[in-house]
Write a protein that binds this ligand. Structure first.
Ligand SMILES: *Cc1c(COP(=O)(O)O)cnc(C)c1O
Length: 309
C-alpha cells in the first residue's frame, strides 16, 4: 500500500492494476487500492482479463472501470478478437469533463469509439456472444482442470516449481481467495455456497534451464503450442521466446520471467489427457543430467522473484 501511495502526485490521473497478471499471476488487495484512489479523487481501473467476469467482478470491490480482453476466455474458441470496457457512472476524476465523468461508458461509445471506429465485425460479435453464454460453466470446469494439473506438476521430479493462485503454496493464495469467486455459486443447486475458482492460467518451471524447457515444450502432442490463452483447448507458450522475447535477459529477470518458465492455460479437455501429455513430454528429461536451476538464474534467484510478484 505504501508503494502505491508513494507513486501518487497531483498529475496522477488514475490507478491501474492487472489482477491476476499474465503471466506472473500478481494480485493486489483491490478494495484497499480503490479506496486509496478515491481518497485522491481519481478512478481505479482494473484489467480482469485473466479471471474473466465469471471469477472476478472488480466493480463490486470498488473499481470504477474494468477492461477485459474479449479475445481470451470470453471468445473461448480463439476465433475472434475483441475488447470490452465496463464503467460505473459518476467517476471520481480530476479531469474537467462532466459528461465523461457522468457516464464514461457512453462517453467512449459516442465519441472516441465513433470517431476512431474500433468496432467489431458482425461475425466477430456472433462468435463472442455465442461463447459468452457458457462462460460461467467453462471457467468453473477449466479452473478445476487447472487445479488437477497444478497438483500433478507440483509433485513431478522434473519440475522446479509451479505457480498457480489456487495452490495453497502460492504466497498470494489467501488474498486471491478473497476475490476469485465463481459467480452466483451461492445460489446454484450444485454448490449452494461461495466457491473459489482460480482460473485457467498457471505456469511451471522446468528443471535444467532453457534448452531442457524447450525440449519438453517441443514434445507436447496434445497441448497446443501457441502464444495465446483463455481457449477451450489447452495452450502453452514459453514467454522468454515469445511474449517477452524482445525485453532481453535483463528485462525478463526484472519482470520475473525465467527462461525455464512455461505458461500453461488449461482448457476443457479431460484433465487426465493434459496430465498424460505433460508427463510424456517431461519424460524426455529422464536420464539426462540436469541442474536443479537454470544456470543463468542461479545467482539472481529469478524463481523466487516470480513468487514475490
Ligand atoms: C492478452 C491480454 C490483453 C490484450 O488483449 P487482446 O485482446 O489480445 O488485445 C490485455 N490484458 C491481459 C491481461 C491480457 O492477457
Amino acid at each position: 500500500m505504501d508503494e502505491w501511495a508513494s507513486k501518487i502526485d497531483e498529475n496522477t490521473r488514475f490507478l491501474y492494476g492487472e489482477m491476476p497478471s499474465n503471466p506472473g499471476q500478481a494480485f493486489f488487495d483491490l478494495e484497499k487500492v480503490a479506496e486509496l484512489a478515491h481518497r485522491h479523487g481519481i478512478p481505479m481501473i482494473v484489467d480482469a482479463t485473466v479471471a474473466s467476469p465469471a471469477l472476478l467482478r472488480p466493480l463490486a470491490h470498488g473499481a470504477d472501470i474494468v477492461v477485459q480482453s474479449v479475445t481470451k476466455s470470453l471468445t473461448t474458441s480463439g476465433f475472434g478478437i475483441g475488447g470490452a470496457v465496463i464503467a460505473r457512472k459518476n467517476l471520481p476524476s480530476t479531469i474537467d469533463n462532466d459528461g465523461m465523468k457522468a457516464d464514461f461508458g457512453m462517453y467512449i461509445k459516442a465519441l472516441p469509439n465513433r470517431d476512431n471506429g474500433p468496432n467489431l465485425s458482425p461475425m466477430n460479435c456472433i462468435l463472442s456472444l455465442n461463447d459468452i453464454r457458457t462462460l460461467r460453466s467453462k471457467m468453473d470446469l477449466m479452473s478445476r482442470n487447472t487445479m488437477a494439473v497444478a497438483k500433478f506438476l507440483e509433485q513431478h521430479k522434473h519440475i522446479e516449481g509451479v505457480d498457480y493462485l489456487g495452490l495453497e503454496s502460492h504466497p498470494l493464495h489467501e488474498l486471491a481467495s478473497k476475490y476469485l469467486v465463481l459467480v452466483d455459486s451461492e445460489f446454484d443447486d450444485i454448490y449452494n455456497k461461495k466457491v473459489n475458482r482460480y482460473g485457467h492460467l498457471m505456469s511451471l518451471r522446468v528443471n535444467g534451464g532453457a534448452q531442457a524447457t524447450r525440449d519438453v515444450f517441443d514434445a507436447f502432442q496434445r497441448i497446443f503450442r501457441a502464444t495465446d490463452l483463455g481457449r477451450i483447448k489447452t495452450v502453452a507458450t514459453i514467454p522468454a521466446i515469445s511474449t517477452h522475447s524482445q525485453q532481453g535477459e535483463e528485462g525478463r529477470i526484472e519482470a520475473g520471467i525465467p527462461s525455464n518458465l512455461i505458461r500453461l492455460c488449461v482448457g476443457a479437455e479431460h484433465p487426465d489427457d493434459v496430465i498424460k501429455d505433460l508427463n510424456q513430454a517431461l519424460s524426455v528429461l529422464d536420464g539426462k543430467k540436469i541442474k536443479s536451476t537454470s544456470p543463468e538464474f542461479s545467482a539472481g534467484g529469478a524463481s523466487s522473484a516470480i513468487l514475490t510478484r
